[in-house]
Design a protein around this ligand. Structure first.
Ligand code: BEZ
Length: 202
């Protein structure tokens, strides 16, 4: 299994920031198991959330990986997305110590990057974000929404059912009034699979 935690330790000099902001676009929106100084809705530009990263340690296993989100640069997509389209998530003002915990939690292929974050009050902050790019060995890449939903429906790991990750994320995005066709289309398929599985054969 990959472990990016050591690599992440040295990627940024955190003393360069007056305030340290972290942008969450996946489980960091709803699983806030770290202390923070401030929190608000926020967005980033030029990136799109995608269920393209394998989860071998949280929502799946090495033999049966689940799928979790990463970010894909819109420039690398086939021109289908407008450049100014925003990815909505949550921003947290944190202390440097928080990254010791998060680097370990998100060690399966995610690297910390610096990014501009648009806070909901219109203020822009330089902050940090975790991205798992296509070069990491847990990257699964594109598939149809149904194929992704099927894999999610059939995966579970130490952190629980993969479908609960998807459903909690979709619910959080709805609360943030975020548009995300990719997540909501997979969610529709998941509801269909749940319904089919619960139907008693006659
Ligand atoms: C996030 O919610 O920002 C996040 C998702 C996956 C890995 C690390 C962070």
């Amino acid at each position: 299994m990959i472990d990016t935690s050591n690599e992440n330790k040295d990627r940024q000099d955190l003393t360069q920031f007056d305030e340290i902001w972290l942008f969450g676009y996946g489980s960091l929106i709803y699983k806030v198991d770290f202390p923070y100084i401030a929190k608000c809705a926020a967005s980033i530009r030029g990136w799109q959330r995608r269920f393209w990263q394998g989860s071998h340690d949280h929502r799946g296993t090495p033999d049966n990986p689940g799928r979790v989100v990463t970010l894909i640069n819109v420039d690398k997509q086939s021109g289908a997305l407008a450049d100014n389209q925003a990815c909505v998530g949550m921003a947290y003002q944190v202390t440097a110590e928080v990254f010791e915990h998060l680097d370990h939690r998100e060690k399966n292929g995610y690297l910390r990057h610096q990014i501009s974050i648009d806070l909901e009050n219109g203020i822009q902050k330089q902050g940090l974000i975790y991205i798992a790019d296509e070069a990491n060995s847990a990257f699964l890449g594109d598939a149809s929404a149904y194929t992704i939903a099927h894999q999610i429906f059939n995966s579970r790991g130490p952190s629980g059912e993969n479908k609960d990750y998807l459903l909690e994320l979709a619910c959080s995005l709805r609360s943030l009034k975020a548009e995300d066709d990719h997540v909501f289309e997979i969610e529709r398929h998941i509801h269909g699979l749940i319904k089919t599985a619960s139907e008693v054969p006659v």
